[in-house]
Design a binder for this molecule. Structure first.
Ligand SMILES: *Cc1c(COP(=O)(O)O)cnc(C)c1O
Length: 234
């Protein structure tokens, strides 16, 4: 591992190379630096290297870091969100990546209405059909989407997934492709519906970009290893 600055430069270069391989425009791909478990000093180091977009997975941790760091930074919530914390976090994050049920979507919509905000969200899909992961099954999403689209304060960014972890990076590809295929199906010819895909993490972001990702969520490859417990993605 290099310094945070070196790691960021390395990741940005690999993102550019993956975009090039896939014949994609680099401006269609964002790097979300996942700073969960890392202290504000580390985030500041990333900021000093030009990174302004950060992802956190816990509401309390996110709020405390947001309050300590420059107000110019942009924050995304990527972790499971409980309905009773929506009100606290919504004004402080640009996007929520982890809306995993119709109930949560309608709670976010209700609170956004009360706060006079628009909420940008991704709908999380459990592409590996894993008991340990949150998210809509493709079938549930097909049936819930029309109701979610009626929720006027939500801006549906697109779909998000966390495929099953496999040591072999290529094994993630079919899951990324499945998410894109599902998105294309739901889009039904209208590119404004679910325009973006949030997919790819430290070990498979290049494959995700080749499969159409618009935002890669990269943590450990920038900031270093996390303790195993903090690492658990549920
Ligand atoms: C922790 C986390 C990441 C980043 O994982 P790395 O393997 O460290 O890059 C991405 N997405 C979600 C939802 C996470 O919880």
């Amino acid at each position: 591992m290099g310094t945070i600055c070196e790691n960021l430069a390395n990741i940005r270069q690999r993102i550019a190379a993956a975009a090039e391989r896939a014949g994609r425009d680099l401006s269609d791909i964002e790097l979300l630096a996942v700073s969960k478990t890392f202290p504000p000093e580390d985030i500041q180091e990333a900021v000093d290297s030009g990174q302004t977009l950060f992802g956190e997975n816990k509401v309390q941790e996110a709020l405390s870091k947001i309050s300590l760091l420059p107000p110019t930074l942009r924050w995304h919530l990527i972790g499971q969100l409980q309905s009773n914390k929506i009100r606290k976090i919504l004004p402080h994050v640009e996007v929520i990546h982890s809306v995993d049920s119709l109930k949560l979507a309608s709670d976010v919509n209700r609170i956004a209405t009360e706060l006079g905000l628009q909420a940008r969200i991704y709908l999380e899909v459990n592409v590996g059909n894993e008991d340990s992961k949150h998210g809509f099954s493709p079938e549930n999403l097909r049936s819930a989407l029309p109701q979610i689209q009626e929720l006027g304060k939500l801006q549906l960014q697109g779909l998000m997934c966390i495929p099953p972890f496999t040591p072999e990076v290529e094994d993630s590809r079919p899951f990324f492709r499945a998410l894109r295929t599902l998105r294309d199906e739901l889009q039904n010819g209208d590119p404004a519906t679910l325009p973006q895909l949030s997919m790819g993490m430290s070990h498979d972001f290049e494959v995700a970009i080749e499969e159409g990702s618009n935002i890669v969520r990269v943590g450990s490859a920038i900031f270093g290893g996390r303790p195993p417990k903090a690492n658990a993605i549920l």
